[in-house]
Design a binder for this molecule. Structure first.
Ligand code: AMP
Length: 814
């Protein structure tokens, strides 16, 4: 029975990182980690910030800097690397130091048999102790989600179990270097029959009230409702006899979406999402935000409004009575009722809109009461000061009745809630007549404004009509483009309303978003930004040009959208994005592309060019071929993209001239940069540069070498002449390259970047040369620029560039 475990144990030591589970016979030592099945979380030992102390913890994987989600021994650090995690014979997880002293324990205990116990790091970031075959959280013997630190993860429950008395809440770290409990906690009010609300508490004083739950979110966080967070997760609040908790459930389609909520060591509640592009956290909501978020800052019956000065005022029916002591000591005033209530039948309520509801510690909640019944209940009880429906969901019922002081009320510009405050009859009368007076004034003003507005409306309508005509003219022009027009609402739905989480990158055209159409097809949406240098002409050019072309090495345009000011291009989604994101990245990313993949990419681009230049219905010169415009699909197959600058040639036309030279420095040939002459041979030149970049893993522009000032072309030429071309290759492909293929690629590239247009091979010859092993013509010295200014690598007009030749003595062709 023991033998398989021992064998497994030794296997484990070598393959630890890929496993998410350890069993009772296995240990985790400092230096070893276990990884959740989805690769999002890792458990192991770490030292926070500049501290040397060691802690056992769970962190997010693949983030730009280590981000902790949970710490086991936050109060009892290890002072060296001797920590070991193991099970004891009662099924507890123990963290022991070199002396065998228990530093931390999971305080769980399993009944009778514990031989099949395991500790597993789940995909949610929850470390659980359970019997091997159990999966439900009811079966967990222990789970880290019950003992959170400063971080809330989706799926965790914050609240209280009324039967066991255990409360689950967040506690801040002391500092970035010290995960021990800091001063701040995030917890619910814990009185069973009260309407639950969240507080940030410092020691035992309430600092900020996040507010009561309103059916969607918390009323003290109105900026987070209803979007964008709601698109990716929903909040659930459960209150019953046995327990009360709040939890969030991820509902977004994106499996890579990650979110965390922390209470910081300076007392802020911060919700952030991970941006997939740069693996950094983006804060989407923070509380407290402003002065009015300080708990009860305007005192009882006071109301805080950050939009007016002074921020504090009294609710209607109350007035400021500055008491000497308070004004001197605290610089505050107290709101008192102007006219005492007599509980007569004429008393009533004044409705406030867009408010943060008062602290519910003084309130009683009835789950099923309508707003009308709520009003009656409040009216019939003389000590009831206010009422409200806390539930803002459509058709949501429920009644909160406040007895006594109304504390921590504030006005929100949007998304607040309705609050009804009790007023004396005379006050109500006065309020209503002043409202009526105001109404009359408003009516006169409104009437005059209406006349002006009608006139303005007419002018606006004429303007819109003119714009609409222009845009439908553009649409009609595109109508012949053989790709479908797609509605804005469909694209908006597919991209989560152009959410930042969906953003793939930004090019000269504007931002690019990932989307999923209703049928499940993945798309990339290029949205023409209003500030884009590339305008409507490039947009039309791209649609008309690429719509007529179809080849496996050209990116496929699936549709376009023109609606109002919006112009968008919809492409098939290329999951590996652009070639430059691999070639010019760090070692680990560069090495993803081994030589055989790079050679296939070179050949694929050449085939794409051949189609553009010769095989398609049109003769197209791309004019902006570069690593950033080669997209890679799931299998790393290259697709040429970005036809905004492309030009169509008639069949017998070979060369054209332009006054506006466009392209990208480092990729354009001299005859184009200087004289504005372009032809298929301009693309051949760019292709040559691209091949040298693919082989060398370095950019032509910005290339530096300690021995000379040449760019990559000059360097490749020097090495070629010295018969040392293989020295050009990217260090990352040293282990995988084929010398003959590399030498052939460099040779063909040097032929493509020759100074004289007529010396450069045509596209069929390039494809043939790459695919054969026959002899090649000798390249002449390349055209290349030196000492270019370094500040631009995007597509730009270029007429002012100059060509500096460097003369080398020719070598014989080998
Ligand atoms: P561009 O405007 O073509 O320069 O695109 C900007 C960035 O968006 C590129 O570098 C890619 O990372 C990304 N991108 C553009 N088109 C696609 C696509 N079809 N699929 C995936 N990513 C894309």
């Amino acid at each position: 029975m023991l033998l398989p475990y021992i064998t497994f144990f030794f296997l484990m030591l070598r393959t630890f990182r890929s496993l998410d589970t350890v069993n009772v016979h296995q240990n985790i030592s400092d230096g070893e980690t276990i990884v959740s099945g989805n690769g999002k979380f890792e458990l192991g030992f770490f030292s926070p910030g500049s501290s040397k102390n060691r802690y056992l913890g769970i962190w997010f994987m693949n983030t730009s800097s280590q981000t902790l989600a949970w710490v086991a021994n936050r109060e009892t650090p290890l002072i060296d690397n001797s920590g070991v995690v193991k099970f004891d014979n009662q099924g507890k997880l123990l963290l022991v130091n070199s002396n065998g002293k228990v530093i931390w324990s999971s305080n769980s205990s399993a009944s009778s048999t514990n031989t099949n116990l395991v500790a597993q790091l789940l995909d949610t970031g929850n470390l659980v102790v359970k019997k091997e075959n159990k999966t439900s959280d009811e079966d967990f013997i222990w789970q880290s989600f019950d003992y959170p630190g400063d971080t809330y993860l989706p799926g965790m429950k914050l609240g209280k179990n009324f039967i066991t008395g255990r409360e689950t809440y967040l506690t801040s770290w002391r500092s970035a270097d010290d995960p021990s409990s800091g001063e701040y906690t995030l917890r619910f009010s814990m009185v069973n029959d009260k309407y639950q609300q969240l507080y940030i508490i410092k020691s035992s004083t309430i600092e900020t009230r996040i507010g009561p739950y309103n059916g969607i979110s918390f009323s003290g966080r109105p900026q987070s409702t209803p979007v964008p967070a709601i698109l990716t997760y929903v909040i659930d609040m459960v209150v019953n006899q046995n327990e009360m908790y709040f939890t969030t459930v991820l509902i977004g389609k994106d499996p890579t979406f990650m979110s965390r909520t922390i209470v910081t060591s300076n007392g802020k509640l911060e919700v952030s999402h991970l941006i997939p592009q740069n693996r950094e956290w983006m804060s989407v909501s923070t509380v407290p935000v402003d002065y009015c978020d300080n708990y009860g800052v305007c005192g009882p019956y006071g109301s805080c409004n950050i939009a007016i000065s002074p921020y504090c005022g009294c609710l209607k029916g109350f007035e400021q009575k500055t008491s000497n002591e308070t004004s001197l000591e605290n610089n505050t005033s107290v709101c008192r009722r102007s006219i005492a209530l007599d509980c007569g039948p004429e008393e009533g309520f004044h409705k406030y809109s867009s408010m943060k509801l008062p602290d519910t510690e003084n309130a009683v909640y009835s789950r099923n009461m309508s707003l009308r019944d709520c009003e009656l209940a409040c009216k019939n009880n003389c000590s009831c000061t206010a009422y409200a429906n806390p539930n803002i969901t459509t058709g949501g019922v429920g009644c909160l009745l406040w007895y006594g002081e109304l504390i921590d009320v504030r006005v929100y510009p949007i998304n607040g809630q309705d609050l009804y405050v009790r007023l004396a009859a005379s006050e109500l009368l006065e309020l209503h007549s002043s409202i009526n007076r105001k109404k009359r004034v408003v009516m006169v003003v409104t009437l005059s404004i209406s006349v002006v507005l009608v006139l303005l409306g007419l002018i606006l309508a004429l303007h819109i009509r003119r714009k609409w005509k222009k845009s439908s003219r553009s649409s009609k022009q595109m109508g012949s483009a053989e790709v479908p027009l797609i509605g804005l609402s469909k694209i908006s739905r597919a991209t989560n309303d152009f959410s930042v989480d969906n953003k793939l990158g930004e090019g000269g055209f504007g931002p690019v978003y990932k989307g999923v159409l209703d049928g499940g097809q993945e798309i990339a949406v290029k949205r023409l930004s209003k500030s884009s240098g590339q305008g409507l002409d490039e947009f039309k050019n791209e649609v008309i040009c690429i719509a007529k072309l179809q080849h496996r090495n050209l990116v496929k345009l699936l549709g376009y959208c023109i609606q109002g000011d919006e112009k968008m291009l919809i492409y098939e989604y290329m999951s590996n994005k652009s070639l430059d994101s691999f070639l010019f990245a760090d070692e680990s990313r560069k090495s993803i592309l081994d030589w055989s993949q790079r050679f296939q990419i070179i050949q694929g681009i050449a085939r794409g060019l051949l189609y553009l230049h010769q095989d398609s219905r049109l003769k197209v010169v791309h004019r902006d071929l570069k690593a950033g415009n080669i997209l890679l699909d799931h299998f790393m197959r290259p697709k040429i993209s970005d036809f905004g600058l492309a030009r169509m040639f008639k069949e017998d036309e070979n060369e054209a001239n332009t006054k506006r030279v466009v392209g990208t420095l480092g990729y354009i040939p001299p005859e184009y940069a200087v004289n504005g002459l372009y032809s298929v041979k301009s693309d051949i030149f760019s292709f040559g540069v691209l091949v040298l970049e693919i082989v060398g893993g370095k950019k032509n522009r910005g290339f530096v070498h300690e021995d000379h000032d040449d760019n990559l072309l000059g360097h490749a030429w020097r090495l070629y002449k010295e018969n040392k071309s293989l020295d050009l290759i990217d260090e990352c492909i040293r282990a995988s390259y084929s010398p003959s293929e590399v030498l052939r690629s460099i040779h063909v590239a040097l032929l493509c970047v020759q100074q004289r247009v007529e010396d450069r091979p045509d596209t069929p010859t390039v494809v043939a040369m790459l695919g054969s092993e026959g002899p090649l013509p000798c390249p002449k010295k390349p055209a290349f620029f030196i000492h270019e200014s370094e500040n631009n690598s995007s597509s730009i007009p270029l007429l002012s560039s100059s060509v500096n030749e460097i003369t080398f003595s020719q070598v014989d062709c080998r």
